[in-house]
Ligand binder design. Structure first.
Ligand code: HEM
Ligand code: HEM
Length: 137
């Protein structure tokens, strides 16, 4: 039972992340191509914050369960390697988003770094389903 907490958290977070990415994508699309629907700033920020917070909490649950039940770290091979890198990158994704939200001004580089990092997180989360499911009881 305890093994399922982490995967459930990560799958819910990934669905929210996909939704945040869908809204985030409206931003560059609107600035460069032109669009009819404005970038839903507040909705994107709310979804993004929930997605990354759940990923981080769920990730720490995974680490704790491996430590307590299997007595170590990195037991899950590729899932662990990607997982630990993911947790660091998630802090970057959250931090850049927080700055973009709180300190508003015209920018070029930071939104791109933020968008690319977070799109990578969504992709990595989908890969983690593949690398992680075989460890479930
Ligand atoms: C954003 C996505 C995910 C991240 C960042 C992540 C990260 C991690 C990390 C860091 C660990 C500890 C690894 C170790 O020290 O060996 C872990 C354990 C584990 N992960 Fe994931 N994971 C993710 C998604 C998933 C998914 C979708 C599944 C299942 C389909 C899964 C299944 C597991 C299992 C079974 C464990 C063993 C501990 C436990 O069940 O709580 N993970 N994960
Ligand atoms: C899974 C989570 C997230 C994804 C996939 C995501 C994705 C994106 C993408 C693709 C963009 C467009 C970047 C560009 O214009 O080049 C964007 C913009 C933005 N994101 Fe996120 N994001 C996430 C989380 C967050 C969080 C947690 C926050 C705030 C705490 C945030 C705040 C913003 C803001 C304010 C912008 C507009 C930046 C600007 O144009 O000045 N995002 N996001």
């Amino acid at each position: 039972m305890v093994y399922w907490i982490h995967p459930v958290f990560q799958v819910v977070a990934t669905l929210l992340g996909l939704y945040a990415l869908y809204f985030g994508w409206q931003r560059p699309r609107c600035s460069h191509v032109g669009c009819t629907v404005a970038f839903p700033w507040k909705k994107h920020v709310r979804l993004g914050r929930w997605a990354i917070a759940l990923w981080l909490v769920g990730g720490l649950v995974g680490v704790a369960v491996v430590r307590l039940e299997w007595g170590g770290f990195g037991v899950t091979d590729a899932h662990a390697t990607i997982g630990y890198a993911f947790l660091v990158l998630a802090l970057v994704g959250y931090g850049t988003g927080h700055v973009l939200d709180k300190v508003k001004k015209r920018r070029t580089v930071l939104p791109i770094v933020h968008g690319v990092v977070n799109a990578l997180l969504v992709l990595a989360a989908l890969v983690q389903v593949w690398t992680g499911y075989s460890f479930l009881p």
